[in-house]
Design a binder for this molecule. Structure first.
Ligand SMILES: C[S@@+](CC[C@H](N)C(=O)[O-])C[C@H]1O[C@@H](n2cnc3c(N)ncnc32)[C@H](O)[C@@H]1O
Length: 226
């Protein structure tokens, strides 16, 4: 059975950028975490004031979207059966490769700690088999060169209305892509390689939930429940 590949693209996951690293809100936060300011993960719920002057601020500082996505994906029966591949692409063109053996991270605080480490070391854990690795590459390179497919199915509000089961069927051929930031359009590369633009329900849903519905539909069509 083919694996389902899901990519969270242009995710709002990054370390604190230099231009706001000296803001008092960031300095106090970094001190609490006992890290240099540029080594902590940017998070709008903690760094709201500091982010006021930041370019594209409405598309940044939402690591909780990645947290929820990974929690749903890694805990799924599909992943437990070894039928899921998960990638997190970030707005700065880093890609996190997630080992299916990675245990779901249930504490948000712990998630932030692991992400800080991942950005610093390039992999976690430092020794032995990597559970997560981060590499510098764009979405198109990931899809075409690493995964080895011609295109993607882009899930976005305003495409064609297609039920999850049908998207799951397309997932046999193409990676399914959800957006990892709260507002606005995907980057241009995503549109360039999109074979299909679709949405599953008339209202805007959380991206982890959309990913979860596709995973559940894929579980059905691949016989995970017998
Ligand atoms: C919170 S939404 C992003 C919101 C949207 N781009 C905007 O400007 O308000 C995050 C992602 O979840 C997915 N998503 C949200 N609602 C969806 C729906 N009804 N059908 C399919 N995907 C959806 C899409 O990948 C979307 O980009």
């Amino acid at each position: 059975m083919r694996k389902l590949r899901i990519i969270m693209a242009y995710s709002a996951l990054e370390t604190v950028p230099r231009e706001i690293a000296s803001h008092p809100q960031i300095r106090a936060y970094a001190e609490r975490r006992r890290k240099p300011p540029t080594k902590v993960i940017l998070d709008k719920s903690y760094h709201f004031h500091a982010m006021k002057s930041l370019k594209d601020k409405e598309m940044r500082g939402r690591p909780d979207m990645v947290f929820a996505f990974l929690l749903a994906a890694l805990a799924s029966p599909l992943n437990q059966r070894g039928l899921l591949e998960v990638y997190v692409h970030t707005r700065d063109d880093y890609v996190i490769f997630v080992n299916p053996k990675m245990k779901p991270i249930r504490s948000y605080e712990r998630f932030l700690g692991i992400m800080e480490k991942l950005f610093e070391e390039g992999r976690v854990p430092e020794e032995g088999e990597p559970l997560m690795e981060i590499r510098n590459m764009g979405l198109e390179y990931l899809v075409k060169k690493v995964i080895g497919t011609e295109g993607i199915v882009l899930l976005e509000h305003g495409g064609r209305l297609v039920p999850p089961k049908r998207i799951a069927e397309m997932g046999r051929e193409y990676p399914i892509v959800v957006q990892g930031f709260p507002r606005g359009d995907f980057g241009l590369e995503a549109y360039k390689i999109a074979k299909e633009k679709a949405y599953i329900f008339p209202t805007i849903l959380d991206s982890w939930l959309v990913a979860d519905r596709i995973i559940a539909a894929y579980e059905e069509i691949s016989g995970v429940y017998g």
